[in-house]
Write a protein that binds this ligand. Sequence first.
Ligand code: FVH
Length: 283
Amino acid sequence: MDGVTVLGLGAMGSALARAFLGQGLTTTVWNRTPARGDDLVARGARRTGDVAEAVAAGSLVVVCLTDHDAVAQVLDAAGDALPGRTVADLTTGSPEQARDTAARVRPAACLNGVVQAGPEQIGTPQATFFYSGPPEAYAAHRTAFDALGTAHHVGAEPGLAAVYDLALLGLWYDAALAYLNALALVGGAGNVAPEAFAPFAGRQLGHVVGAADDVAREVRDRAYPRGPASLTEHAPVLEHLVRLRATANLGTAHLEDALSLVRRRISAGHGADGFTSLIEELG
Ligand code: FVH
């Protein structure tokens, strides 16, 4: 593989460039504010003030800027230098924006990447990256991607890495909000100190984590064993919970959704199924 170019030397772009340099890769850097590259130049990076020249210097061009608008502006300035290169855009964005970038740089190959790590973790196995786009472009630059952390190619469709990112963030938001609701419920009902409830909450969240692989298998096989409770048994629990939450002036929308899905499955004759069976009503 020839050299690597990094466009954007904010906290994340600088960490990416440092990791490339740390693995001995020839690294060219560009930033709108050139002085942000001083430390990288001291570590051996080549700096240029011209986007097209920076792009021409690398067979892999890694882009990490504030947002999609900045990416569009910077890549549009690369002009004729793009064909023949692979662009890996690690800027956070939506699946639509990933597709827009892929179309914008064509005929250059484009990988959309997602960083699930902070700058301090870059270059360690703890930094997780998802990439989507042409598999052959990913394979050709695997050495560079491995220099950044643990890399996963999730598919050829350009927007798929962003879907992974948002699905995982959604999982976190749902679980974090569920925990806050539980703390508010016990705090309001019995003035329970959060730290007194925390170990029980941790154990309960652990059940979700522990069941992740089993749930995936059930969804894949479309077979939904009862598990800890059947849908018929879940329904009254959800009804109690919705009432209690409403009394405490806490949100009930998610739980009411769950309850109506449970009722729909029961009406369709699936009351003996386990909770995973709700997937049949989603999407
Ligand atoms: N930092 C983090 O922990 C997170 C981890 C998860 C993923 N994000 C995403 O990474 C993108 C960049 O984030 P960042 O932390 O590096 O951001 P900044 O330090 O603020 O640097 C921003 C860079 O973007 C340049 N820039 C902004 N607008 C333009 C523009 N119109 N034209 C050219 N460059 C632009 C900015 O340049 P300058 O201000 O230094 O001149 C910086 O290089 C982001 O998508 C996160 O969501 C990071």
